[in-house]
Write a protein that binds this ligand. Sequence first.
Ligand code: KE4
Length: 436
Amino acid sequence: MSVNPVSEALFERAGAVLPGGVNSPVRAFRGVGGSPRFFQRGHGAWLVDADGHELLDYVASWGPLLLGHAHPEVTAAVQQAVAAGTSFGAPSAGEVELAEQIVATIDSVEVARLVCSGTEAAMAALRLARGATGRDRCLKFDGCYHGHADSLLVAAGSGVATFGLPDSPGVPAALAALTHSLPFGDLAAVEAALTAYPGEVACVIVEPVAGNMGVVDPPREFLVGLRELCDRHGALLVFDEVMTGYRVALGGAQARAGVTPDLTVLGKVIGGGLPLAAYGGRAELMRQIAPAGPIYQAGTLSGNPVAVAAGNAMLRVLRREDPYPALNAATARLAAGLREAAAAVGVPVQVNHAGAMLTLFFCDAPVTDYATAKRSATARFGSFFHAMLERGVYLPPSQFEAWFPGTAHTAELIDQTIAAARDALAWCVANDWPRP
Ligand code: KE4
């Protein structure tokens, strides 16, 4: 007898009308097995699934909900905005305020453009880099994800400086060949690629703290080195801070590292859970974007008044309350507790964290890039994921994702999570890591 009959029935229906029954692949539980939970509401650090189970949520809508579900100020701002209409297709004061808040908090951004998703923002930043430099190639890193635009859905080629290969059917090989995917953290590989294609590389795009291979916080020297190499070779440095922006620090990973990119991609937190993202940088670069300049980018719902109301409320709270010292301490406490819980049952794990993002890897050696991340025992993660779910804790359903603590994860809830992990790990070991 299923304990999730409503979720399972909904998933059955969804499968008939949605690819894989979901609107984004990672939600389908393919990485952990079993049938995904459907949810009906959230409050604070909690989600309530379709069958009424309350779950302690570490997905946080994949990062946006740094202030938890249904934060009163965000909810009130959205309710007030939506009562005035859902969209004008014309400028509104809220989008000016949000751009001003971004400029006031992300030092490298003088001008920003609002869009609806991180994919859109990264795609536009890449087009701007190509248009501004007159160059076509770009460099990215294995394990970093920048949304699903064709030029960024590219896997590493065989050699360090060889062409990228499509990472999905439908991505033209000729386009993928203009993107080179290199080992994360490998400055020599970056220099080799820049040297192999002199004057051809428009930009280097990087997650300054990786979250999409699981969390990998590179040495600061890596980011400093990218800055120096980009300057030496005339390429633009693009920080994809969709995940790290306003999560690892108010000023993003760039403030935390003290490294200034030419362009910054933002999303998630700045939308407070609504479809909103942005890209920005120096005025002389951004003013090349239409209609100020010739590089085209547009969007029906860009700067949507309801979405920017959520974003403005989020950033007002973050700038007023400075939750980052407490968020960093809570995440570090969770990391230490998870390490102790695993050690208590003799399970080798690596727990990487930065700011308010964390990943527990079932791996016996440090995880410093995608190659080492892929050494993780993903089957063990699947067992652990379900054991935690049964103990009321909802983790991201993939070994290669980040957990997202927020301001609603109190010390008591962090301790509750650690206790659940201790019990779940012991159960997994005693039952030889069962699959769902
Ligand atoms: P969206 O298009 O999903 O809004 O943003 C794409 C994106 C860009 N850059 C970074 C660093 C990102 O992490 C993302 C999206 N992150 C994933 C989670 N790893 C979103 C979850 C999903 O795909 O459903």
